[in-house]
Each structure stands twice: as structure tokens, then as C-alpha cells.
Design a protein around this ligand. Sequence first.
Ligand SMILES: C[S@@+](CC[C@H](N)C(=O)[O-])C[C@H]1O[C@@H](n2cnc3c(N)ncnc32)[C@H](O)[C@@H]1O
Ligand code: FES
Length: 458
Amino acid sequence: MEPFRFHLFVCTQHKPEGIPSCAASGSFAVLDALDREIQARGLDNEVQLTTCGCMGLCDEGPVMVVYPAGVWYRRVQPADVAEIVGAHLRDGKPVDRLVWNDAAVMKALSVEHREKFRGAMAARDKAGMLPDHLDQMIRGFMPSRCILTALELDVFTAVGDGANAEQIGTRIHANARAACMLLNALVALGLLSKSGDDYKNTPESARFFVQGSKDNHRDGLLHTANIWHRWSTLTGAVRSGTSVPIDRGDDRKDDHDDANWTRNFITAMQRHAKDRAPLVVKALGTAGIHRILDLGGGSGAYSIAFAKAIPEVRCEILDIPEVVPLTAEYVSQAGVSARVGLRPGDMLRDDFGSGYDLIMLNAICHMFSEEQNQDIFRRAHQALAPHGRLVAQDFILNPDKTGPQHAALFSLNMLVGTDAGASYSEVEYNHWMKAAGFTEVSRINLPGPSSLIVGLGL
Ligand SMILES: C[S@@+](CC[C@H](N)C(=O)[O-])C[C@H]1O[C@@H](n2cnc3c(N)ncnc32)[C@H](O)[C@@H]1O
Ligand code: FES
């Protein structure tokens, strides 16, 4: 049974470097072109497009098969896609020049390839070579560092509508030879394209990395570039049990010494928070909420979302003095300054006040030790009005703390970046909630990596 008129399987298999594969021959570009063309021709509901693993004809990739008839195409290029979609998927006539229908040859090639591949893998294993997945994980820092350096130097903006290495090198004040090497590596990573001597941004890099683009993430990503230096201290931090100073070979022993650190950090936080905030408002509801305390509110995204959702609500954001002027900018831009107050201070020491219907700890608990969190939960309980709630949003670990992967790695991010922070498990959050006097403690999972733990106060 085939529920769609046509069902396309496009091989997107990666294979170890040096072994032919559809991914290496460009099947992702073909997949992308097929998806666009099918949509453009309004064939979405007639054609199902599916990626698949190796079909055994890797020397002839990219390979795809169209069912129900089982028509095989080989060496498909993005330039062929319009013809395939128009002739075959719309008019029902396969494109003969690309169709491969010599079953005996296909089977023989497939068997031969399988035997060669198995032989190569067995030889590698016998020689004790590091498996590819381990090798890639270990060298994962190379692509990461390459992109972060490009962002730090603002390479993508310098590329603009297209430029050669010399022009780009001059614009980013870099050594010409080294700039050329970096640009070529960015092409290899699929973040730039190169034609002759000229480099161009890909649609993705133009959208996300170029200054002035609506979806530019560069400022927020510079926070990741800052974190890079901290992660270089991981070995020392694991030995000592807490964060250790960074030695970057200059006078700055701490990343916070960088004038842009705080702005980059809050920009990065805002990028995540502004999309999540409406989800949090929806998950918690607006009924009975008149006063909110937003502890460590950062950009104010969550208070802003509640202020927009509840016309009479009053919010108070408590954050450290360096951050509050940045918070003020976001709150003012959102036009809610009259109802969102700002309080510079320290949530570990300052009195929280009283009478709040909701106290929020969004992305806060991971910065602090268990004892500090217990103390915050206890004082928050005292600061709530009757029927008030405390909500903590964070990356929550499984009971044995080995996953989800993002939360487990983020715990190390806190090890290298704070005195005593970590990711915590739901068991720990429940324990702090109950010890502080909260009842009806529940977890709300939102799309994305973080969840809410909610407790009812008095
Ligand atoms: C990870 S950010 C989260 C920001 C915001 N809640 C969000 O989710 O977008 C942590 C925030 O807590 C603030 N913070 C850190 N230590 C603090 C303290 N002792 N008192 C008040 N705010 C603090 C930081 O300045 C930062 O704005
Ligand atoms: S990798 Fe695509 S057919 Fe083998």
C-alpha cells in the first residue's frame, strides 16, 4: 500500500572519509531542491519525500528511488530536480536520461560495493584504528573554533555580497595568507561558497551571521566564543572542583574583564528567552497573577511577556547592577516600563519583599550550589502571596544525571563558569520545593531543552 501518489527515498548516507557516499556527492543539496520544487508546484499532498540510508550504489550517488514503481535515479544534481519533479512527479513520465534500470548491473555493483566496504571496515578494525564517530567527537572543536573565529572577526559581514580573499582580509584586519586559509575552511564547512577567487555567503550564513540581517545571531553567538575560553580550563576545573582562572596569554585573567562580556551574554539569553517566554505564559496561565518577581530576569523577556499578556500586572526584575541598564533597554523597547520595575541587587543576599503571585527563576538555579538554591526557594516561599507559585525553568537532569546530553554537558559549562553551579535533577528540585514548604509540585515539559518545575506556596 502507498498512501501517496509517489514516495521518494533520497539516500543521505554519510560514510567514512575517502569512501564514496551520497552525502559526499551532494545528496543534501538535492533533497533541499526537491523539497522546494515539490512545494513550489503544489505537490506536497501527492508526494512523500523521505531520506534513507545506503542503498548500495554509492559510487553512483546521489541515488534516489521513486515508489510505487521503484524507479531508480543516479547521479542526481540540484539542476536536474525541476525536470524530475515536473516530468515524473507531476506528469508521471520518468526522466529517462537519469533513470537506471539495469537490474543485473545494479545488483552486481551493490554486492561488490558491500564486500569492498565490509573488507575496508574489517581491515581498519584489525589495525586498531579509532572509529570515525570517536575521531569526529574528539576533533569536534575544529569546526566549532573555525566558526567562532569567523564570528569574532565578523568574516561573514566582510564577505558581504561577495569578495576575494584579499578584500576580505583587509576588511577584517587579518593576515592575507591566514584569512585565505580560514575562508577555504569555511567553504569546506558549507558556510561560504567559492567561485574562482570570490567567496560568497550561503543563504544560511547571510541570514544568521551578517550584521544588519533581521535574524542575525552574531552578537549572541559571541557569548559562545567567550565560553570557549572557559571550556579550555575544564581539566583544571575538574581537578580543583570549581572554576579556575583563564590564562589567555594577556592581562585578562577573567572573561568578565571583557567589556562586551555582559552585553553578549544578555543578548544570547534574550535570543532564547524571547521565543520561550510566550510558551511559559501559556503553560502557567494568567489567572490570579497581579504581581510577579523575576529573579535574575536578564533581558526581562519573561516579565515582558507576562506584562503583554496581563494588562494590569506589575513585575519586578531583580538583577545585578551591571545587567540592569541592559534590562532597561529591552523593557523600554517593549513599551512596558510603567509596569515592569527594575531592582539592582543580589538575589543571594537581598530581601525579596512580599505579596507576589508568581516568582520566576528562569535559567537561574544552575548558577548556584544546592545550599544556595535551597535558601532561595525558602525565601521565595516566604515572599509569595496566598496561592502564589514559584516556577524554576532549567535543563533538568534524569535521576542518574547522565542525560539528557544537553543538561549533562551544561553542568560542565557551570563547573568551568561558576563557583558551585551545576545542572540538577527533578528529584533535587522536588526536594528543594518540598523542604521550602511548597505543595502540588509538578513538572511541565516545554518544547526545547528546558522544563518548568512549579510549586504552590501558602
Ligand atoms: C542565565 S541568565 C537568565 C536570564 C533570564 N532569567 C532568562 O532566562 O533569560 C542569569 C541571570 O541571573 C543574573 N544573576 C546572576 N547572579 C545574580 C545574583 N546574585 N543576583 C541577581 N541576579 C543574578 C545574571 O545577571 C543573569 O541576568
Ligand atoms: S551512500 Fe547512498 S547508496 Fe550508498
